[in-house]
Ligand binder design. Structure first.
Ligand code: SAM
Length: 212
């Protein structure tokens, strides 16, 4: 049942909307999204929408998860930083696409739940951290790529500096009136923004995000 819904999601919400990276499509077709939503929302797990996960937060729309993963242009050897763990779903998808995933969430209740789900589902290359993700994880940097799943006022400088040379960072930029998903590549001249599309995310709250 879930496998059928997942296959339809991949075809109709992702491939037909322009997601082309076969590794991303394959990963999205394998991660059981229903394990990452609250029990009462399981029926809607494959809906073309973000869903509430409690604490005023959401699991992102499948298309946005796939788009972020595609824009990271992963090969499978990278260490990734995933900012805004939420349900843990995006971290699970990234775990299929990279060697090692470090995911950080500011709300301990969400981090605990995500850790339990990821462990139960057998994702051994993901570590869940609690803290202000706008400051990254300096002790584990540099990262081959950084995914940010909450909207920031601009490209967070501290996170940009935790990228390897030519590493990619994907971040929704903007406030309540409109946001754009930006892709920045670390280069000697500073962040080179290579892609940008409209999107809508909850705010990134922290030292280099929006205030509490
Ligand atoms: N990627 C998630 C998933 O697959 O379920 C969805 C993330 S949700 C749209 C954004 C998350 O970012 C929320 O859980 C929120 O608490 C978290 N967040 C906001 N500001 C943060 C910060 N400074 N550091 C870490 N997490 C943060």
């Amino acid at each position: 049942m879930s496998a059928d819904k997942r296959a339809r999601m991949v075809e109709w919400q992702l491939r037909r909307r322009g997601i082309e990276d076969e590794r991303v499509l394959d990963a999205m077709g394998r991660v059981p999204r229903e394990l990452f939503v609250p029990a009462e929302a399981r029926e809607c797990a494959y809906a073309d929408a973000a869903l509430s996960i409690g604490e005023g937060q959401t699991i992102s729309q499948p298309y946005m998860v796939a788009l972020i993963c595609e824009q990271l242009a992963l090969h499978g050897t990278e260490r990734i930083l995933d900012v805004g763990t939420g349900s843990g779903y995006q971290a699970a998808v990234l775990a299929q696409l990279a060697r090692e995933v470090h995911t950080i969430e500011r709300l301990p209740q969400l981090a605990d739940r995500a850790r339990e789900r990821l462990e139960a589902a057998g994702y051994e290359n993901v570590q869940v951290h609690v803290g202000d993700g706008t400051l990254g994880l300096p002790e584990l940097a540099p990262f081959g790529a950084i995914a940010i799943a909450a909207a920031a006022p601009g490209i967070p400088q501290t996170l940009y500096e935790q990228l390897e040379p030519r590493g990619r960072l994907v971040v929704p930029v903007g406030g309540g009136r409109g946001q754009r998903l930006e892709v920045a590549v670390r280069s000697p001249e500073g962040p080179a923004v290579v892609h940008s599309v409209p999107c809508r995310f909850v705010p990134l709250i922290g030292a280099e995000g929006f205030g509490e």
